[in-house]
Write a protein that binds this ligand. Structure first.
Ligand SMILES: N[C@@H](CCC(=O)N[C@@H](CS)C(=O)NCC(=O)O)C(=O)O
Length: 250
């Protein structure tokens, strides 16, 4: 791909002989939950990958050439194939790298996929408040959180004992929800929401996922601070609840 080849871009501090040529290059915005979902799957599979963080407001040409919707994540494989959409990327990873994260049983696999398909709605309900323009909109977003939480609670009840969605074994559905459950905790610490404690199975699942190293692409406090800076910068209703001191790094 000549100049559009992301490998040809200079990387800060890397000397040519130290260059790390991973099979998998994950193109990312640092705080993107959809990227995080694919990064989690790679980590759960103990698969080394190179993270390439780009800026939302300055997307390079090589990225635009490989990302049909101009969105992250893009997974570049062997510097020759570019995959997009986090769900499709994760299905690909699961089909090509052992161990299989999807359940063996086709019925369970269908149930897992069905709940994975609910993630965009769950994300919208659970993190919508971060995009609300005013208090009324914020309150109406917050009202949707119990709807999403209740649905997941019922699903987890049917699945069994936990602590993960399918019991003891980690699955793609865990990777799909972890970034959004994490953002609920971030939002709850910006302005208390107080909902998750009412859903014991969901709370236990979320706590398990938050403790799991694969959930985290960055040190936890640093990442939460980055998230808060994004919320503050958006200048939406929620921004006012982030103290200036907390964004001193801006
Ligand atoms: N459905 C997509 C969503 C990806 C997505 O929305 N990514 C955001 C960043 S978190 C993005 O690239 N937004 C840029 C834009 O919409 O222009 C997926 O699962 O990969």
């Amino acid at each position: 791909m000549g100049e559009l080849n992301p490998r040809n871009l200079p990387r800060s501090g890397a000397k040519p002989d130290e260059d790390f040529m991973a099979k998998y290059l994950l193109v990312s915005f640092k705080t993107c939950p959809w990227v995080q979902r694919s990064a989690i799957s790679l980590r759960e599979k103990n698969t080394p990958f190179e993270f390439r963080h780009i800026e939302r407001d300055n997307r390079p040409d090589w990225f635009l050439a490989i990302s049909p919707h101009r969105k992250v994540p893009v997974l570049r494989v062997d510097d020759s194939v570019s995959l997009f959409e986090s769900s499709a990327i994760n299905e690909y990873l699961d089909e090509t790298i052992a161990p299989r994260l999807h359940p063996e049983d086709p019925v369970q696999r269908a149930i897992n996929r069905a709940w994975t398909d609910y993630v965009p709605t769950f994300a919208e309900h659970v993190t919508g408040v971060a995009y609300a323009d005013d208090e009324a909109a914020g309150k109406s977003c917050l009202d949707k959180i119990p709807v999403a939480f209740e649905r997941l609670e019922r699903a987890l009840e049917k699945q069994g004992a936990g602590p993960l969605f399918n019991g003891a074994k980690y699955s793609l559905v865990d990777a799909a929800y972890a970034p959004f459950l994490q953002r609920y905790f971030f939002l709850d610490r910006i302005r208390p929401i107080g909902q998750i404690a009412k859903y014991p199975r969901l709370k236990a699942w979320a706590d398990t996922l938050m403790k799991r190293p694969s959930t985290h692409s960055f040190p936890e406090a640093e990442f939460e601070q980055l998230y808060r800076e994004n919320v503050k910068r958006r200048k939406k209703w929620l921004s006012q609840f982030i103290a200036d001191a907390a964004v001193a790094a801006e």
